[in-house]
Design a protein around this ligand. Structure first.
Ligand code: GFB
Length: 322
């Protein structure tokens, strides 16, 4: 992976800068000698094709990172298929097409490990894509993300532009969504364990069997890998971004209780879905460049909990309607 894109002096548009991933990308880009462009949701709805075209033509970024997406955990994915398919297809297509029309030279599209088949070989190499049926709980989101990476490939092929895709594994960290109905597993378990510690409650309820295996990457590590790829990767294939290690949901629950403190006992609710049995990325392509994550799961969980406590006090954690 020879250096392909020099960020110095460039204007980089981060779409989705208020989300967990986008805000981490902005934090990471602050260490580069580039100008960061963002636009608030109130000013520009990324689902508005004419608006996005106009904004792109007016601001003329040199590079674009698409961290904007409708995201959520296993329950939200299952409940809101239209939002996950339609919003994502619309906003990503608008951004990619408008970027091309405004001569954006480099574009990085972010997907997700759920693009791979439910029963993909483990760990999942990049070429496991489209090798079998998807996991039904997240196929809407997965189809949108597959379309996004294919659209980047299509622009590369037809017009020779340097548009690339990265597929991060399950991410967590500061700025995550702690709304129990729409969150991913780590913020959900952290919030529940915290509430039990406060109330003296004894039972932490974990959805599903506890048997699924998941790989978790701290969001600042993800942002570091993404900026690395933006600068150094140019290729047709998407690139997996992860740690190469996974953990069962049962063991994750134990780790969260240990970080939060308290003596909650873990119980499982088998009426809730497990989702993919295992989702471990084959990260050999990324690791061959020398890139490695900095944060082990334990220290990432500690940092996330510290962030949660601090922002709970400030009143700006995303907790949802409850
Ligand atoms: O994080 P999560 O919602 O996403 O769930 P997925 C991971 C595992 O944790 C599943 C279990 O087996 C859940 O059943 N789990 C246990 C819980 N307790 C809880 C809980 O309280 N809340 C939640 N949310 N899960 C999503 C996809 O899949 O991952 C998306 O739906 C996307 O499309 C995202 O790819 C990264 O890993 O199952």
């Amino acid at each position: 992976m020879a250096g392909t894109f020099d960020l110095r002096g460039k204007r980089v548009f981060v779409a989705g800068h208020r989300g967990m991933v986008g805000s981490a990308v902005v934090r990471r880009l602050a260490a580069e000698d580039c100008e960061i462009l963002t636009v608030p949701r109130e000013t520009l709805d990324l689902r508005d094709q004419a608006g996005v075209r106009r904004w792109m033509a007016d601001h003329r970024p040199d590079a674009v990172v698409i961290a904007a997406a409708k995201v959520g955990g296993i329950l939200a994915n299952d409940r809101f298929p239209v939002d996950f398919l339609n919003d994502n297809l619309t906003l990503q297509t608008n951004i990619i097409d408008s970027a091309f029309r405004s001569d954006v030279r480099k574009l990085l599209f972010l997907g997700s490990s759920c693009i791979y088949p439910k029963l993909a070989p483990q760990p999942m190499p990049e070429d496991a894509l489209l090798g079998g049926p998807l996991e039904p709980t997240n196929e809407w989101y997965a189809i949108a993300k597959i379309a996004g990476l294919k659209l980047c490939q299509a622009y590369r092929r037809q017009y020779g532009v340097d548009y690339i895709s990265a597929m991060p594994t399950n991410l967590y960290g500061p700025g995550d969504n702690f709304d129990l109905d729409s969150s991913h597993v780590i913020p959900a378990l952290m919030r529940k364990a915290h509430a039990l510690k406060r109330s003296g409650g004894k039972t932490l309820e974990v959805w599903g069997s506890g048997k699924p295996m998941r790989e978790f990457l701290y969001v600042d590590d993800a942002a570091d890998a993404l900026v690395f790829l933006l600068k150094n990767y140019s290729g047709d294939s998407h690139v997996n971004v992860g740690t190469g290690e996974d953990i069962s949901i049962a063991d994750l629950a134990g780790a969260v209780v240990s970080v939060v403190g308290g003596d909650a006992r873990i119980t499982f609710d088998p009426t809730r879905p497990d989702g993919m049995p295992r989702k471990l990325m084959d990260v050999s392509r990324l690791f061959a460049t020398g890139w490695r994550p900095r944060y082990a799961l334990r220290s990432g969980l500690e940092r996330t909990y510290a962030w949660f406590l601090h922002h709970l006090e400030k009143g700006d954690v995303r907790l949802g309607p409850r």
